[in-house]
Structure formats: C-alpha cells, structure tokens
Design a protein around this ligand. Structure first.
Ligand SMILES: *[C@@H]1O[C@H](CO)[C@@H](O)[C@H](O)[C@H]1NC(C)=O
Length: 353
C-alpha cells in the first residue's frame, strides 16, 4: 500500500513530538546529562498558614518550645512526634488527635516514659516499615538512632535507642566543620532504604542499605548535595510523589529567617533538579505564605508533609499539599535551645488539581 502524502504530513508532527517528548514536556536535563522526569508538582507555591496549633502546655514539664514535627495519619487519627525544648535540652513527645482543630487539646506523651528513656534525643521521623510490621522512629542522639514499636497508639511502647552506625561516619567528620550532625531521614523504594542527614555546614548526606537488610547495613554516606551553610542548612525531607521524588531542605535566608528550598528527581539517589529553590521563588518562606489570622512567625522551619500513606515509601499527593512546620514569634530572642517554637499548618493555595 502506498502512503498518502497528505496523511504522512499530518502524522509527521505527531511522530516528531513523540521523539521530542523528554525535552518538551518540562523534563530537565541535569548537569551530568541524566534526564529527570518532571513531577506534577508545580514549580511555584503559595500557602495559607494557620496560627500556632500546637504549643507547650502547662503540664508540669516546663517545656519552652515544641519543634521538628513528624506526622502520620493512621486508622482515623493524626499522630505527631516532635522535639521538646526543656531547660535547654532536647527530648521527644507524641500526641494524637482526630482533627486538626483539636490538636491544641491533645495531651503530650513524653517519650522519656518509653524505652527511649531520658537524655538527648531530637528531630523524630515516624513511619511504618511494612516488611516488618513495625513502626520506626528515627531521630538524632549525637548519632543516627531509631526505636521501634508495634503499636503507634502506645507511646510507652518504643524500644531503647539503637544506632544505624557504630560511630559517626568519617565523611561527616571530614566535612562538618563547626556544624552538627542532625535531622536523620529515612525513605525506602522497592529495593533500598536511604538515610539522609545534614551537618549544618552546607552538606546533605545520603547512605543506603537494602530493604531486606534495613535497619542494618547502611554504607558509607555520600554527599548528595552541597552549597553554602546558609543555603543548605538542615531538616531535609524526601517524599515519593505520583511520578518522582521531592526533596526539601531548610535554609537560612539573607534576612536571617528560615525557609525551605525544593528539588525533584526520578530516583532517591538523585540527581536533584531545582524546583522552587530561591528566596524569591521558595518552596515555603514568609514571602509566599499568607496568614489569614495574622502573621505570627517570619520563620517557616523544620517540619513535614501530611502524607497520603504512612509506610516507608513516604508517599504524598502533589495536590492540595499540607505541611506542618515550626515557627515562632518574630520578637523571640535568647538561647536557641529555649526558643518558644510552636507548630502550625500550611495549606497550598495554588494547587493545580
Ligand atoms: C486562603 O486564605 C484566603 C483568605 O482568607 C481564603 O480566601 C482562601 O480560600 C484560602 N485558601 C485555602 C486553600 O485555604
């Protein structure tokens, strides 16, 4: 059969478009030539913030600030894990509620009453590790630590801390300068679990172990990203979206206020492509957050997404994103370890879906 030339002309642009697809639909070639798939997440964000929803209580513990939240929705209840600042030291707390408008009434379940015990622990991350049917709490205690619990509703059920490493990995010693090794974060794909951390000195680290070996076997970290200390400070989050991965890292702005930058990648190992990563186009910063009930904070600091699931894949929906963060009164001052941080919720204002 002979091809009708008119038909050929008609379908030629379609064929051309099919071949051109990777560079014509918003996917980006990265510096080393790899193609990162674009996610459906928009490349600019606007948010509404609530006022402070979770604050220290008058419960005899003399908590100055509540910080670094991690959150899951499981079996009809929100579960928030957070750091408490007490007398200049850090420890952790759990609270649970069914609706955000009741978050402020939830009792604080102090995790020093569990196997974790007292002493320095901070910056928890919670997820359910489905292969072992166990909840994991990942946190910092001068090392990268974790505890497990078969029942998230039992705050006394967390095991004593174990660490992913017997000592701080040497690559961190070599790069940390006068920083701190903080904000451990675990996310797993179908074959591996990855551990991210920061050094408050411009380095984001990543190491990995197999899903079958988790929580054992993490290898020597690599530097996943580097920048100035201020532009790549701490509090990284990595999530799986519908079609890729999203990385958030907290930065210190030129105004001294905290904000979040963002990147996407096709795989957890990167390479990461800038999404909204500047002060004028941030992921979340005071300049893209509206405060319908009054601006109670200029810092949008350490927090986490409200996920669409609760397992080790850390899956989120890129529609109508909500983000639980720490903020504080712009006039607060004094010892960093005693600052009166509180928790509030961002709701995406420009969701395209
Ligand atoms: C954000 O706040 C404005 C002003 O109160 C309101 O009109 C709008 O519906 C809010 N958007 C979302 C997504 O909550």
């Amino acid at each position: 059969m002979k091809l009708n030339p008119a038909l050929l002309f008609a379908i030629f642009p379609v064929i051309l478009a099919a071949f051109a697809l990777p560079s014509e639909t918003g996917s980006r070639a990265t510096a080393d030539g790899a193609i990162a798939r674009a996610t459906r997440i928009p490349s600019s964000f606007r948010w509404n913030s609530t006022g402070a929803l979770i604050a220290p209580k008058n419960d005899g513990r003399r908590v100055d600030g509540i910080k670094d939240p991690s959150v899951v929705f499981y079996d009809g209840r929100w579960h928030v894990f957070a750091t408490t600042a007490v007398n200049g030291g850090w420890s952790m707390v759990h609270l649970t509620f069914t609706d955000w408008n009741q978050a402020g009434n939830a009792a604080f379940n102090y995790l020093d009453q569990s196997g974790i015990g007292s002493g320095y622990t901070a910056a928890p991350q919670v997820f359910y590790f489905a292969p072992q049917k166990l909840w994991y709490l990942v946190y910092q205690n001068n090392n990268a630590a974790y505890s497990t619990n078969p029942d998230i509703n039992n705050p006394k059920g967390w095991t004593a801390a174990k660490t992913f490493y017997s000592r701080r990995p040497s690559i961190i010693d070599q790069n940390i300068g006068s920083g701190y090794w903080v904000d451990m974060w675990v996310i797993c794909d179908a074959s591996n679990c990855h551990l991210f951390s920061s050094d408050d000195n411009g380095h984001l680290y990543r190491s990995q172990t197999s899903l079958a070996n988790f929580p054992n076997g993490f290898g020597e970290p690599v530097i996943a990203m580097r920048d100035t200390k201020e532009r790549l400070f701490e509090a990284s989050n990595v999530y799986r979206t519908e079609d890729g991965y999203l990385l958030l890292v907290e930065a210190i702005g030129t105004d001294g206020r905290r904000y979040f930058r963002s990147w996407t990648a096709a795989a957890i190992a990167g390479p990461w492509t800038a999404l909204a990563d500047t002060e004028s186009n941030p992921f979340a910063r005071a300049n893209n957050v509206a405060f319908p009930n009054g601006q109670w904070t200029k810092d949008i600091s350490h927090g986490e997404m409200l996920r669409s699931g609760y397992d080790q894949t850390l899956t989120i929906s890129s529609c109508n994103i909500r983000y639980l963060y720490q903020g504080l009164s712009p006039t607060a001052s004094g010892d960093y370890n005693r600052l009166p941080y509180r928790l509030a919720l961002l709701t995406q204002n420009n969701s395209p879906c």
